[in-house]
Design a binder for this molecule. Structure first.
Ligand code: FAD
Length: 468
């Protein structure tokens, strides 16, 4: 059977980009159709990304915090892990949020079509429905919000159930005794944190000379030192071959920390990045240019080279983050509705929800040097924070990057517990063009970790000099 729909706006993909665009466009009075190939709304982020990973990281944190209490006089028993219950708790978290989205779509009268959509011209999309029905959608405007997919490596078997990607890791089928995380980026480290807390021995191999290469070295060094006993970390090392045998996956490494013989693992998590889905929507039929990697180039209004077709989220470029997709979505929907708006943020925060967390925003120190900016860096070590000492987590630090002449906040990074939550103040400072004096004169509550931001500003101002 075939249906025909005519709409002002059709959106391909219902991740954070797609659903945010749909809701904003509907709130602005537009007629909206949202097309999604999954059974639920929410895209990668809600179904197999941000949210389920944080649900499992919450479990890991409680396990780790409970174990750490032994040195403060409270000993809990060995945790009893019930994987089925953990899994169903995680699934209930995602179901609550994806279900909430479909309620929000209904209340806004957004039409949802479940199936895979492809352009057939610059005015039509055909959706092969999950229910076997075909829907032809004629549109005035389209937004491509097709997201990204995991990258596989050619020399690693993808048909072996012992080789998993982030989606497989979130399924939590078992807790392997020996696990290799291939790729020391944010996703690999977050999932490694979960499996380590649940009982796996976790090794991490990273080709670069530091984990999370996008963050400043001094921030990552603190994370790495804190975790060097927890994980076997192999930097400047790469996997060159994987042999699947009955008793395990034998991995051959090359590089600085490469073991001389192949090492046996029960599971390998491949976390080497994500590729944009630009090539999967038949964009050429609409005349939309897609580069060879799958990215779609857009203007500040999020228009592709075809002015009534927009693109947002992971498919338009780095950083591939949910909050970037949401803000782009709002701009695209508002431009379609006739408002004047552009996507020109001063900063987009990045957070690794690891233990300790690493969070940074604005310019990093390395980027500032590359760009020849005249900066001054102020570091506040958490060894001097009453709250960090009382929480027995003094490894962290708050680092602020100021423009030397004016004191304007250009960026900042935090490594330590709750770094992700603490980063918000620095984001606001960068976006609003605040300077060190604004932060130093703001009364931060005591004792909080958040004080460290004001104190770093005082260091820049020269009013604190006697740090440990
Ligand atoms: P997506 O969320 O990828 O959604 C695109 C949707 O479009 C998908 O559901 C797809 O099925 C659908 N689709 C694609 N093509 C079609 C088509 N032709 N027809 C119909 N439907 C289609 N980001 C953060 O900011 N914070 C985090 O903590 C975080 N954690 C993550 C953890 C993991 C394990 C992973 C994998 C990612 C994480 N991310 C995180 C990244 C985040 O998930 C993405 O940046 C975000 O989901 C991108 O949103 P999007 O709308 O561009 O696309």
């Amino acid at each position: 059977m075939s249906n025909d729909i005519k709409t002002q706006v059709v959106i391909l993909g219902a991740g954070p980009g797609g659903y945010s665009a749909a809701f904003r466009a509907a709130d602005l009075g537009l007629d909206v159709v949202l097309v999604e190939s999954r059974k639920t709304l929410g895209g990668v982020c809600l179904n197999v990304g941000c949210i389920p990973s944080k649900a499992l990281l919450h479990v890991a944190k409680v396990i780790d915090d409970a174990a750490a209490m032994a040195s403060h006089g409270v000993t809990f028993g060995k945790p009893e892990i019930d994987l089925d219950k953990i899994r169903s708790w995680k699934d209930s978290v995602t179901a609550q949020l994806t279900g909430g989205l479909s309620g929000m779509a209904k209340s806004r009268k957004v039409t949802t079509v479940y199936g895979y959509g492809k352009f057939t011209s610059d005015k039509t999309i055909v959706v092969e429905g999950n229910d076997g029905e075909t829907t032809t959608i004629s549109f005035d405007n389209a937004i491509i919000a097709a997201g990204s997919s995991v990258v596989n490596l050619p020399f690693i078997p993808t048909d072996d159930p012992r080789v998993i990607d982030s989606t497989g890791a979130l399924e939590l089928k078992d807790v392997p005794a020996e696990m290799l995380v291939l790729g020391g980026g944010i996703i690999g480290l977050e999932m490694g944190t979960v499996y380590k807390a649940l009982g796996s021995n976790v090794s991490v191999v990273e080709f670069a000379d530091q984990l999370v290469p996008a963050a400043d070295k001094d921030i990552v060094r603190i994370y790495t030192n804190y975790n060097k006993k927890k994980f076997n970390i192999m930097l400047s090392t790469k996997v060159v071959a994987v042999e699947a045998k009955d008793d395990g996956l034998y991995v051959t490494f090359e590089g600085k920390k490469a073991p001389s013989d192949p090492v046996r693992y029960d599971k390998i998590l491949v976390a080497v990045g994500r590729k944009p889905n630009g090539h999967l929507v038949a964009a050429d039929k609409a005349g939309v240019n897609v580069d060879e990697r799958g990215f779609i180039n857009v203007s500040k209004e999020l228009r592709t080279n075809v002015p009534h077709i927009f693109a947002i989220g992971d498919v338009v470029g780095q950083p591939m983050l949910a909050h970037k997709a949401v803000h782009e979505a709002h701009v695209a929907a508002e431009v379609i509705s006739g408002k004047k708006h552009t996507f020109e943020p001063r900063c987009i925060p990045s957070i690794a929800y690891t233990d300790p967390e690493m969070a940074w925003v604005g310019v990093t120190e390395a980027e500032a040097k590359e760009q020849g900016l005249n900066i001054e860096v102020a570091n506040f070590p958490w060894a001097a924070s009453g709250r960090a000492i009382a929480s027995a987590r003094t490894e962290g630090k708050t680092k602020m990057i100021f423009e030397k002449e004016t004191g304007r906040v250009l960026g900042g990074a935090i490594v330590g517990i709750n770094a992700g939550e603490l980063l918000g103040e620095i984001c606001l400072a960068v976006e609003m063009g605040a300077d060190a004096e604004d932060l130093a004169l703001t009364i931060h509550a005591h004792p909080t970790l958040n004080e460290s931001i004001g104190l770093a500003a005082e260091i820049f101002e020269g009013s604190i000099t006697d740090l440990p």
